[in-house]
Design a protein. Structure first.
Length: 197
């Protein structure tokens, strides 16, 4: 079972380092390919560690400098052969927002911060109320239902990795913003995992 971190609330205002780095580097001062030993040497406060597969270790750590102010959860995926190939970021829970105004604002703020680093997204989908949950007050319910709605954007940095921004619905008036960063060897690591199973 995945650990859930509740580390504090704040505003979604990106700060410094993570968004000023090169498009080819990992976010938050990390380095694609770094080993778990290299990661631990950074001195970040580890909150939980799990090994969901025989090749990948997922390390949850406390928010640190250079992350958006509303960071509530952050974790990395480190492959035994390819090293760091994934970083997952989550913003604070959005609540009491039936029309999705706060959620859309949080999404746009993060999208703008990511666009500063990566340029305009290559692909983006922003729609809701397609088949069910068509009432405007059911925005987040729609996002949580497959095919009803989606607020997401994708970037593909020159290094071969990817960045995925997603506004997630978790119920009526509730959701959060997620960002998944995948390193240049993510596909190779995923393929190696499939072959090992």
């Amino acid at each position: 079972m995945l650990a859930v971190l509740l580390l504090g609330l704040g505003l979604l205002v990106p700060t410094g380092g993570a968004f000023a780095e090169s498009r080819d580097t990992a976010p938050f001062g990390l380095t694609w390919g770094m080993s778990d030993r290299d990661f631990y040497s950074l001195g970040l406060r580890t909150v939980a560690v799990e090994t969901p597969t025989q090749r990948m270790t997922r390390i949850y750590f406390a928010p640190a400098g250079g992350m958006p102010d509303d960071t509530i959860a952050v974790s990395v995926g480190i492959d035994v052969e390819y090293g760091l190939q994934a970083v997952w970021w989550r913003g604070h829970p959005i609540e009491d927002d039936p029309y999705g105004d706060d959620g859309r604002a949080a999404y746009r703020t993060m999208k703008n911060a990511l666009a500063t680093r990566y340029g305009d997204p290559r692909d983006e989908s922003t729609f809701s109320g397609r088949f069910v949950f068509t009432d405007p007050a059911e925005f987040f319910q729609c996002l949580s239902y497959s095919g009803c709605g989606a607020w997401m954007a994708f970037w593909y940095p020159p290094n071969g990795g990817s960045v995925y921004l997603h506004l997630v619905g978790t119920g009526r008036g509730r959701g959060h913003v997620d960002v998944a960063y995948k390193g240049p060897k993510w596909k190779a690591a995923a393929k190696a995992q499939q072959e090992a199973e």
